[in-house]
Design a protein around this ligand. Structure first.
Ligand code: ADP
Ligand code: MG
Length: 233
């Protein structure tokens, strides 16, 4: 397995995810192999139903493949239990979703502190880390605002700050611009670029070619397989 492990953040080989619906078998992932190095900014693209979310769920340790191997940050997570996977997620991965998923009666800074509640940080440390995270996404002046007092783009920035507060190795974003207008979407992509320049590994999942084209490597799925791959040189 040495060729798969090395220093890769993601080394997945021969992933299958098969759903059985009565007599029908759906191969949501059909023998997919993927390697992502530290510091990459990769878009995973493809039409609806091509397997993007299935792949994201497996890469994010939210689900397990039917078969195949997944090594995350040097650790084989293919056969871990659900509890063990939760631990891996907390240590390594920050998630960003289309719907922001912020708590509405909770200020921006409190939303960002949430992932730290179960860690052994003090209240003061949590506050400091959350503040730094909000500064990183350009929201230093909105920390005490509630989600309803923020624009969609600002809410997504809070969600990104929350994803970063645990200092993950990998940022996984599933259709993060799906609820945003074009201009705001490009601002979020620019934020990803600046985080990527600081060294963050980013995997961006999108069905919109206009968004995906901004990543430095682009992978296209169809029927659970990689059918195209290109890199910005
Ligand atoms: P995408 O995110 O690219 O739209 P998905 O990963 O959601 O694609 O779905 C890939 C394929 O797997 C689709 O054909 C979808 O209908 C099927 N699929 C996804 N999740 C399930 C499930 N829980 N049960 C049965 N089929 C599923
Ligand atoms: Mg999807």
């Amino acid at each position: 397995m040495s060729e798969l492990n090395g220093k890769a953040v993601i080394a997945a080989r021969d992933l299958y995810k098969i759903y059985r619906m009565g007599d029908v078998e759906v191969r949501a992932l059909d023998g997919l192999t993927l390697r992502i190095e530290p510091g990459e900014f990769v878009a995973i693209m493809g039409a609806s139903g091509s397997g993007k979310s299935t792949l994201m769920n497996i890469l994010g340790c939210l689900d397990r493949p039917t078969s195949g191997q997944y090594v995350l940050n040097g650790e084989d997570v293919s056969t871990l239990s659900r509890n063990q996977l939760a631990g891996v997620r907390n240590r390594y991965i920050g998630f960003v979703f289309q719907g922001f998923n912020l708590l509405s009666r909770t200020s921006a800074i409190e939303n960002v502190e949430l992932p730290l509640i179960y860690s052994d940080t003090t209240t003061k440390e949590r506050h400091k880390l959350a503040r730094e995270s909000l500064e990183r996404v350009g929201l230093a002046d909105r920390m005490d605002h509630y989600p309803s007092q923020l624009s969609g783009g600002q809410q997504q920035r809070v969600a990104i700050a929350r994803a970063l507060v645990n200092q993950p190795k990998l940022l996984l974003a599933d259709e993060p611009t799906g609820n945003l207008d074009t201009k705001t979407s490009l601002e979020i992509i620019e934020l990803f670029h600046s985080l990527n320049r600081e060294g963050m590994t980013i995997v961006l999942i999108t069905h919109e070619p206009d968004i995906g084209e901004h990543a430095l490597r682009r992978i296209t799925l169809r029927d659970g397989r990689i059918v195209h791959e290109e890199k910005t040189s």
